[in-house]
Design a protein around this ligand. Structure first.
Ligand code: SAH
Length: 372
């Protein structure tokens, strides 16, 4: 490399966004593309990649592994559900787990993942660990996709203030040829294909240097059969679980029931409110008194159609207002939450006051009448 040319860049190379963010964004894009349900991040350090991934709606299981428990614990609280997650449980389920252990050891908790990420991990491994790494990740865990990123040593002369390696804990840093030959051999051995890319572009005119961070994306060539997944793996647990968070989800009947009850009462209240306003407007007309009357706004139009089409009108008898469950069920949000009318009835049974035949939500308006 021309020394002058090199000097010129040593001063100016600064990645925007920072390189670690570009690596994490690369993983996020991959997740958006392949939509894995179960993702494990090996060498997860301060859990920042896991935190970013918890917002990807396709992911239902997230796991992190690191040999250093302290670095994982520093920010692991950021992986816990927030109050808003309880107030509005998500439709997907999500479990986040952190394990303390080494990628040189097999543990059954690492089975069944679709995507395994190893971002800036391998260069931290001792020779003996690096030797075991392919068998653990590609042989044992055998996910559909593995992403491995590692520094490209050919880029190092362009980085300001470089010592031997980019980080004091690095055991090696590979050139493009070294990484690619290791990756191709690993892929061949475990029936994966591998493609090379990276983040952190070299300056114009120095493309040969390659990306600052080199990345291999490995894709398993053949699907694993159910048998081979189960039978070959009588492995004992060696990792220690240091964190586990189960996010509230509508897949859990308890949260679904709460959401349905709130939505049913909310919908019924709105219908009742409209009905009462109309009654006030037409208070002196006995024909109109107990019937719901459509008006010009969307909500009332919608209700009006239901009334005409299906004879599902709300009605008033004495101090009681009745909103048919069939009407409430026809509202998109209630419908989507419950799926079937039977399920709606089951979820609200004993939790919402109903008419004696169970077909309508009942409100007593005695006190409202008094106030008026
Ligand atoms: N993946 C992180 C940074 C990784 S730094 C990111 O994207 O920002 C490397 C991490 O690997 C460190 O946290 C280190 O503790 C961990 N590590 C080193 N050797 C390991 C091993 N044998 N098994 C698991 N983790 C290991």
């Amino acid at each position: 490399m021309d020394k002058n040319f090199q000097d010129e860049f040593t001063q100016v190379i600064k990645f925007q966004p920072p390189l670690y963010k570009q690596r994490h964004q690369f993983v996020k894009d991959l997740v958006e593309k392949y939509k894995p349900k179960k993702v494990a991040d090996l060498g997860c350090a301060d859990c920042s990649l896991l935190w970013m991934l918890k917002f990807c709606s396709c992911i239902e299981v997230l796991a992190g592994l690191d040999i250093c428990a302290n670095v994982m614990k520093e920010k692991m609280h950021t992986l816990s559900p927030l109050p808003v997650d309880y107030l509005q449980p998500s439709e997907r389920s999500l479990t986040v787990t952190l394990h303390h252990g080494s990628v040189a050891h097999k543990d059954p908790c690492m089975l069944g993942f679709d995507l395994v990420t190893c971002i800036e991990l391998i260069e931290h491994l001792e020779e003996s660990e690096l030797k075991k790494f392919p068998e653990v990740v590609f042989g044992f865990m055998a996910p559909s996709i593995v992403v491995i990123s590692t520094p490209n040593s050919e880029f190092n002369p362009l980085l300001p203030g470089m010592m031997l390696y980019r980080h004091p804990d690095h055991k090696f840093e590979w050139s493009q040829a070294q990484f690619q030959s290791w990756a191709l051999e690993t892929a061949r051995c475990y029936n994966y294909s591998v493609e090379f890319t990276g983040v952190g572009h070299p300056p114009t005119g120095m493309e040969k240097v390659g990306f600052c961070t080199q990345i291999g994306v490995f894709v398993r060539k053949y699907p694993r059969t159910g048998e081979s997944v189960q039978s070959e793996k009588p492995t004992e647990a060696v990792y220690k679980t240091v964190f586990k968070a189960v996010y509230p989800s509508l897949k859990d009947e308890k949260y679904l029931q709460n959401a349905v009850i709130s939505e049913v009462i909310f919908t019924a209240q709105i219908i009742k409110h409209r009905l009462m306003s109309k009654r006030k407007e037409h208070g002196d007309d006995p024909e109109r008194k107990s019937k719901f009357q459509p008006s010009m706004d969307c909500f009332s139009d919608y209700l009006g159609k239901l009334v005409v089409e299906k004879n599902m009108e709300p009605f008033v008898t004495g101090n009681e207002v009745y909103i048919p469950l069939a009407t409430i069920f026809s509202f998109p949000k209630v419908n989507r939450l419950c799926g079937t009318f039977e399920k709606l009835c089951k979820l609200i049974a004993g939790k919402v006051t109903l008419s004696s035949d169970g077909s309508a939500v009942m409100f007593n308006i005695e006190h409202e009448n008094e106030e008026n």
